[in-house]
Design a protein around this ligand. Structure first.
Ligand SMILES: Nc1ncnc2c1ncn2[C@@H]1O[C@H](COP(=O)(O)OP(=O)(O)OP(=O)(O)O)[C@@H](O)[C@H]1O
Length: 241
């Protein structure tokens, strides 16, 4: 008799999640009841039209924003019930963020940009190790202006992972990059996911990127339209757009 493979642990679980932006004049229903499960060490890709709610969901998962109603669980903690101080601590201890624009400090070297985070983290890796993981060991003392867009994004990834976050949330990490450079950034995300086991969520407009994911979540109009699990994944080097 063969034993069933153990279920991976759930990292995120949302139920009936809604988000309404009330600008005074109009109310925008950004999330309309999202039920989502994301699992440990998986890489998930979030696809969907502009305005469908992807960034809103990512920001709530990362504790940057709060839902209007519903549950959002990180392991056994309902983030919706945390105080501001607890949410800040959750974000600081558990979450790494990568955005489309790298948000590096121009006057600091790559190493110093990463050290900004490792100086305040509980159990960080040395900045040099984080930069090695993203393939920038030869660029540690370069300033952002001396680096290509792809290299700057890799510094931003090193900064995000240096505190050893449990989850890495990436909003359009290749949005400002051409396909070839974007693939290098995806290779880095793939390697971190494989080597550190960091649960990773990537928002993208490049549908081809779904081919490297364990799980693909399609958003439409504030709701999940479909979830697909990839039986076989493509290495990032085989993806282009
Ligand atoms: N701070 C805000 N105030 C008001 N409305 C907002 C705010 N942030 C987002 N929205 C609206 O909420 C909806 C969902 O936005 P969101 O940014 O989550 O979509 P998205 O799928 O990430 O889009 P994109 O792919 O263009 O980044 C959109 O209609 C957007 O205009």
């Amino acid at each position: 008799m063969t034993e069933a493979a153990p279920q991976p642990a759930e990292v995120f679980r949302t139920r009936r999640l809604t988000k309404v932006y009330d600008t005074g004049k109009v109310k925008v229903m950004a999330l309309r009841g999202v039920d989502l499960d994301l699992y440990e060490s998986e890489m998930s890709v979030l696809l969907g039209p502009s305005g469908s709610g992807k960034s809103t969901l990512l920001n709530i998962l990362g504790g940057l924003d709060r839902p209007t109603s519903g549950e959002v669980w990180f392991r056994d903690i309902n983030l919706a019930t945390l105080s501001d101080r607890e949410l800040t601590r959750y974000r600081r201890d558990k979450v790494g963020f990568v955005f489309q624009f790298y948000n590096l400090v121009a006057s600091l070297s790559a190493r110093e940009n990463v050290a900004l985070v490792t100086d305040i983290a509980a159990n960080p890796m040395p900045p040099e190790e984080a930069l090695r993981l993203v393939g920038l060991e030869h660029r540690m003392d370069h300033f952002p202006a001396e680096l290509s867009g792809g290299e700057q994004q890799r510094v931003a990834i090193a900064r995000a992972i240096a505190k050893r976050p449990e989850v890495l949330l990436c909003d359009e990490p290749t949005g400002a990059l051409d396909s070839k450079t974007g693939v290098q950034v995806l290779s880095v995300l793939d390697r971190i996911n494989a080597e550190l086991g960091t649960t990773t969520v990537v928002i993208t407009h490049n549908a081809a990127i779904r081919l490297m994911a364990h799980r693909v979540i399609r958003f439409h109009d504030g709701q999940i339209a479909a979830v697909e699990v990839n039986e076989a994944r493509l290495p990032p080097e085989e993806i282009s757009w």
